[in-house]
Write a protein that binds this ligand. Structure first.
Ligand code: ADP
Ligand code: MG
Length: 314
């Protein structure tokens, strides 16, 4: 087990997933769903849970409402061995929730952001920051309270001696207003997927998008879905094919699990190529169970499944 410590900063919410719904929602009508799940949602929480399951000591910094949903989220994080000392509770705001209506391959989501809107740079445990080796921030566009200070967040973490990483995630209003020129120089590992990189750069092909962003990024770790992953730095450009598996269920959270694998190896001092290879394995592992955390049980089980995926036996 590594002795390195990560602080994950980001949004927290519940996912209420309705499955096997009889038709689409309609005003004035009542539709029935055959199944439902009530789970820990949010990209940041999936990453935190899964990197913790991979053996990295993990703390979370986020904001919840002082309500039952907030309690549930705290409980789920603690069950995954994630330290919640730096999760604050707000009396004024409610815990966020996403209602997911699942229709085969596609989903209709409605999100109430609640407390996640209010997380600011002042919630970061700056007094304790040197306890940590690494700071990761996810879901920039969902957290308006952090947006004005995003450059400062990474700058201060770097000044305190931490390494840093960022997963922007999608912009629900499709404006992609993120100051990458000033921010990415303070981010060691930038972890977008293909679509996010294209949108952010304003380019319509991947090579142009990479050329634009790499002038500002340190390590660009690109998630390419079922095409695998790619690392681009000043001196390296490495593409690794995905580990396809026959147990595929869905790709919910695959990007977060890719991040978890990548950052675990990075914190253990592996080469970028080793980080990318392991990220592809944990991304693939994610797809073998429904949702983002289902495939990340106990350490022994994860190790066995990763071996099976590597050897094309799963
Ligand atoms: N069908 C798949 N089979 C195997 N691995 C996959 C599959 N889909 C995704 N992955 C792995 O998960 C990673 C992240 O998936 P991707 O969909 O690109 O991210 P995001 O969830 O952020 O959109 C990929 O880079 C790849 O390593
Ligand atoms: Mg993603």
């Amino acid at each position: 087990m590594s002795s390195k410590k990560i602080l994950v900063v980001g949004e927290l919410n519940i996912d209420l997933i309705l499955n096997d719904i009889h038709g689409f929602p309609e005003i004035g009508a009542e539709k029935l769903a055959e199944n439902m799940e009530f789970t820990l949602g949010s990209s940041s929480a999936i990453l935190a849970s899964n990197i913790s399951a991979l053996g990295i000591s993990t703390s979370f910094c986020g904001l919840l409402g002082e309500d039952n949903f907030g309690e549930f989220i705290l409980e789920e994080l603690r069950n995954k061995n994630v330290d919640t000392r730096f999760v604050s509770l707000s009396k004024e705001h409610k815990t966020g929730i996403t209602v997911v209506m699942n229709y085969d391959q596609d989903r209709a989501n409605v999100t109430f952001c609640g407390a996640m809107n209010e997380l600011t740079i002042n919630h970061i445990p700056w007094k304790n920051i040197t306890e940590f080796d690494h700071l990761h921030f996810s879901s920039y566009f969902l957290q308006p309270g952090m947006q004005p200070n995003i450059v400062n967040l990474f700058k201060k973490a770097k000044e305190a001696g931490l390494s840093t990483s960022l997963d922007l995630q999608v912009d629900p209003i499709n404006k992609w207003d993120f100051d990458y020129k000033n921010c990415l120089p303070f981010v060691d590992i930038f972890l977008p997927n293909e679509n996010e990189l294209l949108n952010l750069s304003g380019k319509n092909n991947l090579e142009d998008a990479i050329e634009t962003i790499k002038n500002y990024s340190n390590t660009l770790a690109l998630k390419l879905g079922d095409k695998g992953g790619r690392i681009v730095t000043d001196s390296e450009d490495i593409l690794i094919k995905p580990y396809l598996n026959k147990a595929y269920k869905d790709a919910i959270g695959a990007g977060d699990s890719f991040n978890a694998g990548f950052l675990k190896k990075f914190l253990e001092g592996a080469t970028l190529k080793e980080c990318l290879d392991f990220a592809n394995l944990t991304g693939s592992l994610n797809t073998t169970a429904a949702g983002g955390t289902g495939a990340f049980g106990d350490a022994k089980e994860i190790e066995i499944k990763i071996q099976e995926i590597r050897n094309n036996k799963l």
